[in-house]
Design a protein around this ligand. Structure first.
Ligand code: GDP
Length: 213
């Protein structure tokens, strides 16, 4: 019985994600389309695999173009999940790219802050992290910002395929402890955009946030 329900949930979320289509690319917060409905945002350090994660969950190989040069996309890209785009995914610019000058980094920090604080439809923020690296200063800032704004957060530990099982368990456990201290209430799971592992757990988070369940 539970298994049937669980598979139903998975299929519902998967089906919605598969409908993803590009809506807009906005260089500034103020130029974003109106904020009705529900939006899940994806943040993370450049090269953590944010584009690959978006492509994997939507089943589209090039929905969010995988950047050959990290940090290339500095726009907020929106993807609609239904005809009216009432449900959306937002691909936020990868942060912490060294080649972007300080002024541009500051400007983007301000844009992201505004987005997280003010975007009415924002129902959750996914922070994509490379599981082999520790949280960056910007990841921590994003966690704090979400906490201040009262936004639910999920830390997605991507590239799990790069770790052996024993190391994976240890890393997940350490991250759990760190998050409990830094951002109580934030959830986390391991994932591999490459091997497509961790999809069910992540679909459940997305389904809950977008109220598909
Ligand atoms: P973004 O800058 O965060 O959007 O990162 P990309 O999606 O462009 O990915 C950066 C690099 O990491 C690319 O070479 C991807 O092929 C690789 N990558 C992304 N996800 C995974 C994963 O789950 N496993 C492995 N092994 N590589 C990945």
């Amino acid at each position: 019985m539970f298994l049937v329900y669980y598979q139903g949930v998975q299929n519902t979320v998967k089906g919605k994600m598969r409908q993803a289509r590009f809506i807009s690319s906005s260089p500034h917060y103020r130029s974003l389309p109106v904020s009705a409905g529900k939006e899940v945002a994806f943040a993370g350090r450049s090269n953590a695999g944010k584009s690959s994660v978006l492509n994997t969950i939507t089943g589209r190989r090039a929905l969010a173009k995988i950047s050959s040069s990290p940090g290339k996309t500095r726009h907020i890209n929106l993807f609609g999940l239904d005809e009216q785009a009432v449900l959306r995914l937002a691909d936020l610019p990868g942060y912490g790219y060294a080649k972007v000058n300080v002024k541009e980094q500051k400007r983007w920090g301000e844009e992201l802050t505004r987005y997280v604080m003010e975007r009415e439809s924002l129902c959750g923020v996914v922070i994509v992290v490379d599981i082999r690296r520790s949280l960056t200063e910007n990841d921590r800032r994003m966690l704090t910002l979400c906490r201040t704004a009262g936004r639910p957060v999920h830390v997605l530990l991507n590239k799990a395929d790069k770790l052996k099982k024993s190391m994976l368990f240890r890393t997940v456990r350490d991250m759990e402890k760190e998050l409990a201290f830094l951002a109580p209430g934030a959830s986390m799971s391991s994932f591999s955009a490459l091997k497509k592992t961790g999809l069910p757990e992540f679909y459940e988070v997305l389904g809950r946030w977008l109220q598909l369940l």
